[in-house]
Design a protein around this ligand. Sequence first.
Ligand code: IFM
Length: 449
Amino acid sequence: MTRRFPAGFRWGTATAAYQIEGSTTADGRGPSIWDTFTARPGVATGDPACDHYRRYREDIGLLNGLGVPYYRFSVAWSRIMPDGRTVEPRGLTFYDRLVDTVLEHGITPMVTLYHWDLPEALQAEGGWPDRDLASLFADYALTVHNVLGDRVRQWTTINEPFCAAFIGYGNGDHAPGIKDEGAALVAGHNLLLAHGKAAQALRSAGGEQEVSIVLNFAPVLTDVDDVAHREAARKFDFLHNRFFLDPLLGRGYPPELLADLAHLGTLEPAIADGDLEIIAQPLDVLGVNYYAPARAVPLEDPEADSNCPLPGLRGMDVQPPRGDLTSLGWEQRPSSFTDLLLWLHEHCPGLPLVIAENGAAFEDEVVDGRVHDEKRVRYFAEHLAAVHDAIERGADVRGYMAWSLLDNFEWAMGYTQRFGLVHVDFETQERVLKDSARFYADVVARNGL
Ligand code: IFM
């Protein structure tokens, strides 16, 4: 059976600055929290990553060869403003040229303003738990827009505030490596505020831009349909999925969620008058990242802290993933993707969705100049079919960005996890198209599966 996607469906690939650029001290770039966090013996850093800062023409040429018409990338705040405030024109020039190169190949650029690489200078002032960052982020957004706004129409403020806040400040697995659950919730609120202020700034610049934010969702599964399991799933769902979504939709934080987090005592005092109005700026599309579901179980003691890495959860836990796993140990469950998109369609009426990331890490090998990554081909085929199912059942999904164009720096996992359509040899920087790249190019060319 052939599955055709709607006419005009946006096919793309996605990357993020710190994961691919390298050249972390070039042209006046200031350190970001990821430079500081990885500056420990034996820890992989974002240098040279894919050396994309110097090889961007080659990489955009690869994308062009695949015939993929959209390219989602992020701008590094610390290239534009090394201290978080003062403009470094050479940083702007890099993205100016990148956008021109993308356009010269007939590809549409989609810019993300923040993909986790906060200037270290702003972390030194307190980082995301400091609400002043929200206004500084809006200034940065406008600065980038002033230079690229004549050619870039699609703007995403922030990628996955969940990870920036809860993993960066909650369990400390990501930069800046802080373990403070109360601060993590405040960071989450301030990231939403930063989104709202940046969205206002982008709109004030005029033009026809499309403004979005990208959230990562984990649909929750339970084995048993009883009150205790439903409540465990609800707690996880509200914190993972609705902490960020509901305020963006103008509904504020769900009262049950505020009650779940009340014992930390930090979130409600951080919500100033007017914040929720600023956060609820109209969105043109919602960026959706999906990788895997989560499985929730109740704990016998409702007051016991959860072992799951979400700040402040009590009385529930997560179970290990099941079935076929990716090399990161993530469960492959395309049907949860369909369920998520249908739920979002209902929960956010009238808001178009774009899949901003979906993909999988597997162990790949170059053999005779080819990478036969059949597991990734299957992953993409199944997940694209899941998106198609959701569209057929009414979900308004406008596009799909494969994560990722290139194998890259996978944050705390360094270079051990390969997500790319294109294999990168990190010693030689040689690029090799994987079978999944050819498969994806074919899907794009047919606008279908
Ligand atoms: O590599 C990351 C990306 O930066 C954000 N979303 C998830 C991807 C895979 O872990």
